[in-house]
Design a protein around this ligand. Structure first.
Ligand code: DGP
Length: 112
């Protein structure tokens, strides 16, 4: 499978690791949109939130449950934003489920 995030999980592509456990990897986004911009992903390949159902929701839960540890590790004591893009209209560019964790400054309230 030609998935860039699966290659990062396999160690074939280097990344700046922030957090790792049995099921989850978190690493710095290559194109940061905020002082802290970390991607939190499952080690199992799932395309996006749109492919979640009762058979794999436990994987997504493990990814989300890792977010507070990622935030703590990244010093996000004043809060942060968690975003996941889905498909073309959502501007998803990597088709391996990932949650963007953004923070380190006051983020704008409005969405474009
Ligand atoms: P999205 O557009 O929501 O699918 O976000 C994909 C993000 O992945 C985007 O912010 C840039 C990041 N990204 C793409 N390729 C790499 C890579 O090779 N390494 C890292 N660290 N981030 C990547």
């Amino acid at each position: 499978m030609d998935c860039i995030f699966c290659k990062i999980i396999a160690g074939e592509i280097p990344s700046s690791k922030v957090y790792e456990d049995e099921h989850v990897l978190a690493f710095k986004d290559i194109n940061p949109q905020a002082p802290v911009h970390v991607l939190v992903i499952p080690k199992t390949h799932i395309e996006s939130v749109d492919k979640l159902d009762a058979t794999n929701a436990d994987i997504a839960a493990k990814v989300l449950a890792a977010v507070p540890a990622v935030a703590r590790q990244s010093g996000l004591t004043e809060g942060y934003r968690v975003i996941t893009n889905v498909g073309k209209h959502g501007c998803q560019s990597v088709f391996h489920l990932h949650f963007h964790v953004l923070g380190g400054k006051q983020l704008p309230a409005e969405m474009s």
